[in-house]
Design a protein around this ligand. Structure first.
Ligand code: 48F
Length: 261
């Protein structure tokens, strides 16, 4: 059999169109494929939710690939080890309470687990806006990152979702769009976006988990976006809080959907 370039092209277009079409009307749309978003998508898909995950960059993994200052190892607290164990990521004890993992192994394993669980991951796509209906977030407005980068005047497409998760990390982009474009007050003590504070690992890890949740009907925040939204501290290259936050947001949404992890 000789290879036909048009068949190759058609196969890509056909399969992508099928996947993209499935991703346009979902139970949960996750924005950002860092550790919290990947884990949330994985648990949600395992719980039989229909999940689409949109990531601006070509690569998934967000801030995890580079460990700390490009030293590609991550640190997790002992209590977070059970999550990496569950996915089969190799961990190694450093000293009492602290474990390390290879960041490349961790990202690639979480990504593969999310895909295999059924989450549809769309890389190279940016979420630029939201759909808000009857005082609730009802979906996303997306475009190719290449369009965004080239500053081309091209209209976006829309995604309907029963729930949206802002897992965009430090910029908390979805939350900021909700506030900026809709003048909405939401569930932080001051009712607005607070912006993150300086480094304090212990307190940041605690508040990430505590504040993970729904801040406006239909919109959940997970990962570092939580601390940016609530004015919490940053935590640096310790990742237990990101894993717990992804797990918590998935559990909360599955409960709303009447499903379990
Ligand atoms: O920043 P990121 O890794 O988020 P996270 O899951 O984890 C934070 C840690 O990596 C680290 C830390 C704690 O250890 O402080 O920073 O909270 O990943 C966020 C992802 O979201 C993408 C972005 O490219 C990154 O991969 N992203 C951001 N805005 C958008 C987006 C957007 N508007 N549309 C699509 N993707």
């Amino acid at each position: 059999m000789s290879l036909d370039e048009i068949v190759i092209s058609r196969a890509i277009i056909d399969r992508f169109a099928r996947k993209f079409s499935q991703g346009l009307d979902v139970d949960v749309a996750v924005v950002g494929a860092g550790p919290s978003g990947l884990l949330a998508a994985c648990y949600l898909a395992r719980g039989k939710a229909r999940v689409a995950l949109f990531e601006r960059k070509l690569s998934v993994g967000g801030g995890m690939w580079g460990g700390g200052m490009l030293f590609n190892e991550i640190v997790i607290q002992e209590k977070a080890k059970r999550i990496l164990d569950e996915f089969g990521v190799t961990t190694e004890k450093f000293q009492d309470g602290y474990y390390t993992a290879d960041s490349v192994e961790t990202v690639s394993t979480l990504c593969a687990s999310a895909c295999r669980a059924g989450a549809k991951i769309f890389n190279g796509m940016s979420v630029e806006d939201l759909m808000v209906r009857q005082d609730a977030v009802a979906g996303l407005v997306i475009n190719w990152t290449a369009v965004e980068m080239a500053n081309l005047h091209v209209d976006p497409l829309a995604v309907r979702a029963r729930y949206v998760v802002d897992a965009t990390g430090h910029p908390a982009e979805v939350v900021q769009v909700l506030e900026r474009k809709n003048g909405i007050k939401f569930g932080t003590p001051k009712g607005s976006f607070q912006g993150e504070r300086s480094l304090w690992a212990e307190e940041a890890e605690r508040s990430t988990l505590e504040n993970t949740g729904e801040i406006y009907p239909g919109l959940y925040v997970a990962g570092m976006a939580v601390n940016a939204t609530f004015g919490g501290y940053r935590m640096g290259p310790i990742f237990g809080g990101m894993l717990f936050s992804g797990e918590k947001v998935a559990r909360m949404i599955l409960e709303r959907l009447g499903q379990t992890v």
